[in-house]
Design a protein around this ligand. Sequence first.
Ligand code: NAP
Length: 281
Amino acid sequence: MNITAKTKLCIIIGDPVEHSLSPAMHNAGYEALGIDDQFVFFGATVKPEHLEDAIKGFRAMNVCGLTCTIPHKIEVMKYIDEIDETAKQIGAVNTVANSNGTLKGYNTDWLGVVNSLEKYGSIQDKKVALIGAGGAAHAMAYGVLKKGARLTIFNRTLEKAEELAHAMKLIGYDAIVKPTSELFLLKDFDIVLNSTSLGMGERVNETPVSKEYINNNHIVFDAVYVPFETRLLLDAREQGATIIHGTEMLLHQGIEQFKLYTGLEAPEHVMREALELRIKN
Ligand code: NAP
């Protein structure tokens, strides 16, 4: 690292934030492009009650880029100067870029979803089953609907799925809602997205979908990225489906951020390697 007094600061804020892989991913990108004297990326735990003060501090210090994770993606919108139209529609900001003192908010989470999926072809008119209805589901639902897919949301708590469908309806998109007891319907879908937390932590051996419902026509994309290959993805691989790891969502939202912070194309390969290295070890 070649940090000097001229080096610009990029920060991820959250509570907690220690688990974040964004610093490793972005710093690997800076190093690969030989701009690690110009940019450095680190993390800061910011409690919700300190968010306003933190943003004032970042503004005063002319911080170049601010990545927001749980629980700040909605509240941060109160304290910045501009919000781009897509982030307004989604109702959440995960990226704040400082342009000559103006703090502008963006949402790159949905691009993390779409750019990962579109590597395997267009998603226009594809039948997409989204399992889960929390924060990650919001970015997934918005992304696939914006790209013209036909969406069904399956969730354990049906009301949460209905709330998500309603939020999409308010911005002009239709989605069908089903309970997870109807996941046997998956055979009629092209793409299966998991946005539940099943498959990680204490539930590492669990999967949201019985293996028998997955077939070799499916693309199965898991938002969970620790472990690198979840029970769901292992099952899907065995069934002959195309699989997309959760790291791809993380990577592609980060690639869009990298462009907003540095103005440069991100070195995708290097940033993927940095993420996978951290997750697999
Ligand atoms: P969240 O808002 O808490 O939502 C959790 C979802 O999981 C809800 O739909 C919940 O259903 C469901 N769920 C939890 N436990 C369940 C269980 N035992 N059985 C069935 N459903 C269950 O969480 P989130 O922020 O959306 O995050 C979800 C996952 O996505 C996490 O693993 C997170 O790490 C990952 N993620 C990945 C990325 C990426 O870039 N790859 C980005 C964001 C998040 P109910 O509504 O019924 O409670």
